[in-house]
Design a protein around this ligand. Sequence first.
Ligand code: MGD
Ligand code: MGD
Ligand code: SF4
Ligand code: MO
Length: 704
Amino acid sequence: MSELRKTHYRSCHLCEAICGIAIETEGDRIVSIKGDKDDPFSRGHICPKATAIQDLYTDPDRLTKPIRRVGDEWQEISWDEAFELVAEKMVAIQDVNGPNSIGFFAGNPGVHNYGTMTHGSELRRAIGTDNHFSATSLDQLPHMLVGHLMYGHQYLVPVADIDHTNFMLIIGGNPLASNGSMMTVPDVKNRLKGIQDRGGKFVVIDPRRTETAAIADEHHFIRPGSDAFLLMAMIQTVFAEDLVNLGPMAGHIDGLEAVRAAAEGFTPELAAEQTGISADVIRDLARTMATTEGAAAYGRMGVSTQVFGTLCQWAIQVLNIITGNMDVPGGIMVPTPAFGNVTPGTRGAGYFATKQSRVSGLPIFSGEFPAVALAEEINTPGEGQIKGLFTIAANPALSAPNGGELNKAFEGLDFMVSIDLYLNETTRFADVILPPTSPLEHDHYDISFNRLAVRNITRYNAPVFDPPAGTKHDWEIMIGLAAAIAKRKGQDYKPQPAPHVLLDQGIQYGPYGKATGAAMELTLEKLKDHPHGIDLGPLQPSMPERLSGPAKLDLDLMLDDLKRLMDSRQALKDGELLLIGRRHVRSNNSWMHNSTRLIKGPARWHLMMHPSDMAARDIKDGARVGIASRVGEVETLVVASEDVMPGVVSLPHGWGHQTKGVKLAVASEQEGVNCNILTDDKLFDPVSGNAALNGVPVTVRQCA
Ligand SMILES: Nc1nc2c(c(=O)[nH]1)N[C@H]1C(S)=C(S)[C@@H](COP(=O)(O)OP(=O)(O)OC[C@H]3O[C@@H](n4cnc5c(=O)[nH]c(N)nc54)[C@H](O)[C@@H]3O)O[C@H]1N2
Ligand SMILES: Nc1nc2c(c(=O)[nH]1)N[C@H]1C(S)=C(S)[C@@H](COP(=O)(O)OP(=O)(O)OC[C@H]3O[C@@H](n4cnc5c(=O)[nH]c(N)nc54)[C@H](O)[C@@H]3O)O[C@H]1N2
Ligand code: SF4
Ligand SMILES: [Mo]
């Protein structure tokens, strides 16, 4: 007899859109996964990845027990043996080589897993090293650095009020494929259409005519890496045409005149030459930003992960501020989440450049060094060389630049431990793999993404399934390791309370919380009574209360960097090819290619190239091509497309699973290659150290 059918409401943990999903189960079987129509935020929307959650859950390749490498084999071991072994090896490395000889690399799924966020510090503290790295510096570091430097806190990151804006400028983001990033926005297509339905418009600036560009009112190609010229020219126009309006920020900013002076030389004519966008269009965009009631400029991966990443994100803030769009409905605002709301004095404001990485002297940001420094920190001998490594929910072998060098580095480590669900391109180098429970086997709360959501909401989800006996959650693995390491070091260790206890405290002391006397009297218990979540309303103006002082426009770092920008002027080089990335709605970074359901359909890993660039090199459509950069070379198939700008080629990241030693039956059958063999660890934004994964110079030739 079949067991009772149940419907569980939950947030999808796969991407930043955090859509509400309804998972129907029968016993330990998933019957269906659909969009939750009663979810106040996502309104029933989902994408194909949500249904693949069941593939992840039932994937025979998913690891469920700790394993250790013995020669060329993997053997199961008990949790206690695993914790003891890791503690013994890692502490021994530190005893001989000093505390910094252990490194950490934390990856993207950790941010979608609140236990990792509340308890990751336990393990880090037990080890006690300076050498932390994460996907942050392959991604949104410039946003956080600008929040920290301009507004005084790394989490003061305003988001576009997409539901009320009348003009949105999207620079280097493709939310129709990525579903929004640093802007949690489920059902983004309808929300963008909503702008058009109320008579507004949105414009996309991108070297590729993306899915988002295809439905935009305007799309302009831009030469990769040149966005800072465009943004500065828009700022220059606002000053030159006397359009400055500080709106609610008047009286709460410093440094307007210095920015005016610094912007002077960045004319639309100069920007036109550098970007390929005409001066008229640039002036028009600036005027529209300044004269539309409720306008928002938003920039994402294309402008963060490039050599002027921080400058671009700073210029976007300046542009929003001087056009009166900071902290107004329809402009950009800082959300007010139920947990982790930032007000003056909130801990974790961030710190910058208080230390430098050992080999290249790259700046620390809030406890971590840029990921571009990881390979050299492992490969360069000397005091502080990394000899032992933890990877946590990360696949840097595929996701970090100069993959060739990094793979060599992993091979040379004395000991490596991976907390991960799969034996993949990175974890195959580990000595011990510690697999956590599947996401459906633990509770869920979006600490990070409620902070970036285009509407204030809060949801808590109970586990869908009980964790199988003898399994551990990510956070339990972390405290297990921390305890074993502390014991071996002869230190006292007492773990923090469980994640849900910390969550409850944070909610109770948050802006809607019972302990702060808010009318809603929110507690975790109360939230549990709302399976679809609680709608906390649209974004609200909240300045200057959120600031500890005036917002600082004239940051020395940025004004200095404008000189680097000016010096970077270059004539468009004949025959130059710049590599950019590409995301697809049926793929998710490097780890969801093992789902047959997602992978089916046409190949999505090919190189896209403009027909004129192909003709110039005698390359046939569909041919096998060799792509080479300063650091590496790969071969793949090329597809001709007028959707990429001439001079630009596009290759998605996260592929390259045909590697020996991985246990990914479906993914390894796929032909895509690792594009990060081509990206360069010496190509980065020197201000933040963030990787420049876009705008990488390459050559392409047809294979014989
Ligand atoms: N060229 C190029 N490179 C890029 C990018 C790009 O646009 N272009 N994008 C960059 C960006 S934005 C990011 S965020 C990074 C992402 O790169 P990474 O942070 O390395 O993340 P993923 O590739 O998503 O790999 C996630 C790993 O976590 C494991 N995992 C999944 N769920 C869990 C879990 O619940 N617990 C644990 N312990 N493990 C889990 C998976 O098996 C996988 O090994 O890639 C970056 N790399
Ligand atoms: N389906 C799916 N969704 C995802 C992910 C995924 O892998 N798949 N990854 C998640 C993660 S970790 C992140 S960080 C987000 C990223 O979210 P987005 O930033 O929206 O993602 P991308 O599709 O990488 O968009 C970057 C865009 O920048 C363009 N671009 C490249 N170089 C330049 C440049 O120099 N200037 C300008 N103006 N544009 C440029 C690219 O053509 C691309 O369209 O997506 C998240 N959501
Ligand atoms: S858009 Fe993102 S959060 Fe929504 S269903 Fe797809 S993967 Fe999940
Ligand atoms: Mo990311």
